[in-house]
Design a protein. Structure first.
Ligand SMILES: Cc1ncc(COP(=O)(O)O)c(C=O)c1O
Length: 413
């Protein structure tokens, strides 16, 4: 094998996909695994989206299209964030890509130079770090605090601006994966007040914009002047159960959006036009199904929260948004001398020969996540109940925990 580049050699992949691969391998060997590791939907893609995608393929919309996206889809996307979140966006403010994730790289390439400081509130979505690393920029971690309901604080942005040698960008993510924290309109207005008039730019990652259970979703782009400082990323993966279609869009200043269009031109060329037609139909016709799905997710989150709250050693606050429950299991980790990542792997691999629960250790989201487990609601209700019933049993099997610790590298440090 040829020598890998330093970047590829060090790249850390999103652990949800690694645990997913492990869970699927165990399932292939016959183990019954409840998969609460990946943030995906158990529901089918919304109906108008599916029909429009199929119709577009039948109509041979299967060739290249503009790198920035189909103009009619960009216009529909702009209208949706204008109507729903009060962002003054128009067609020239929107660029299309394969989901929200690619915009992490495009944002950094469009606006951040090597050596620039990038503020990350942590725990954080795992691919932010490798993308910052890919750009040669500097990650500056600031902890999100449970006592602030995991909401970003303007005072941290101010300190970053005043103390970092080259402060340039902030990554915001609300509703927040993995903690379920939701920034209020006031939080965002305070952050905007710090950012306005400076050289700072903001990546506002908003994939869970329709999954807010306490209050309502607010975008920093709706604050005065913020379209000039921010790029917001939206996706069809969560709201319309379309993760496999790989469809998303970003909103920002027309000049930045055009630069991102060039970055797309030189990498992906464009996004599939039939998937864009599907996403456009989702925006235009599938809001009722989306809202019904969101109500079902909300009930799932409540069910999972209540279930986990009943387990000895689990401290669980109801998430204000998202379909994740972020449980504080630090006391259990201390008791069993195991890391939270180790505990997650034990529940999947070793707690039982025939049954397992896949979830993620908080460390998958940075050191600040240590002592937590993240559970998603990606399975039907009865499977969630089975998982919740299994956890106390798994934790009572202290001999199994001890032998797992002896034979693996997951001991508490
Ligand atoms: C915070 C955050 N950003 C981005 C993504 C990626 O979403 P997409 O499927 O649109 O690329 C996810 C998916 O889990 C996420 O949680």
């Amino acid at each position: 094998m040829p020598r890998l580049s330093r970047l590829a050699g060090q790249l850390k992949a999103e652990s949800a996909f690694t645990v997913l691969a492990l869970a699927r391998a165990l399932k292939a060997k016959g183990k019954d695994v409840v998969e609460l590791e990946i943030g995906d939907s158990p529901f089918p893609s919304t109906p108008h989206a599916k029909a429009a995608g199929i119709a577009a393929i039948e109509a041979n919309q299967t060739g290249y299209c503009p790198s920035m996206g189909l103009p009619e889809f960009r216009a529909a996307a702009a209208k949706s964030v204008r109507d729903e979140f009060g962002i003054d966006a128009h067609v020239e403010n929107v660029v299309v890509a394969s989901g929200a994730k690619p915009f992490e790289q495009y944002f950094l390439e469009a606006l951040v130079d090597p050596g620039d400081g990038v503020l990350l509130f942590s725990p954080h979505f795992p691919t932010y770090s490798p993308n910052i690393q890919r750009r040669g920029a500097r990650e500056v971690l600031v902890p999100l605090k449970a006592e602030h309901q995991f909401r970003p604080q303007a005072s941290d942005v101010k300190r970053f601006l005043e103390t970092d040698p080259k402060p340039r960008a902030i990554f915001l993510n609300s509703p927040h994966n993995p903690t379920g924290g939701v920034a209020t309109r006031e939080d965002l207005a305070e952050i905007a007040n710090v950012v306005r008039g400076t050289d700072l730019v903001v990546f506002s990652d908003e994939p869970y914009c329709h999954m807010v259970w306490q209050g309502s979703h607010a975008s920093i782009l709706a604050e005065p002047g913020m379209l000039d400082h921010c790029v917001a990323a939206y996706t069809f993966s969560k709201s319309y159960s379309m993760s496999g279609w790989r469809m998303g869009f970003a909103v920002g200043h027309p000049g930045v959006v055009e630069a991102i269009g060039k970055l797309i031109n030189t990498t992906a060329s464009c996004s599939p036009p039939f998937a864009q037609q599907a996403a456009r139909a989702a925006i235009e016709h599938d809001a009722p199904t989306r809202d019904e799905y969101m109500a079902r997710f909300r009930r799932k989150v409540e069910r999972l929260t209540l279930g986990l709250q009943s387990i000895d050693g689990f401290k669980v606050n109801p998430p204000a948004g998202t379909f994740y429950v972020f449980a504080d299991v630090s006391e259990l980790c201390r008791r069993h001398k195991i890391t939270s990542h180790g505990l997650a792997l034990y529940l999947l691999e070793a707690a039982d020969d025939h049954f397992g629960v896949a979830c993620l250790g908080g460390e998958c989201f940075g050191e600040a996540g240590r002592g937590f487990l993240r559970f998603s609601c990606a399975e039907p209700d009865e499977r969630i109940d089975q998982a919740v019933a299994f956890l106390p049993l798994a934790l009572s099997r202290v001999d199994r925990i001890a032998s797992y610790l002896k034979n693996s590298l997951v001991a508490y440090v």
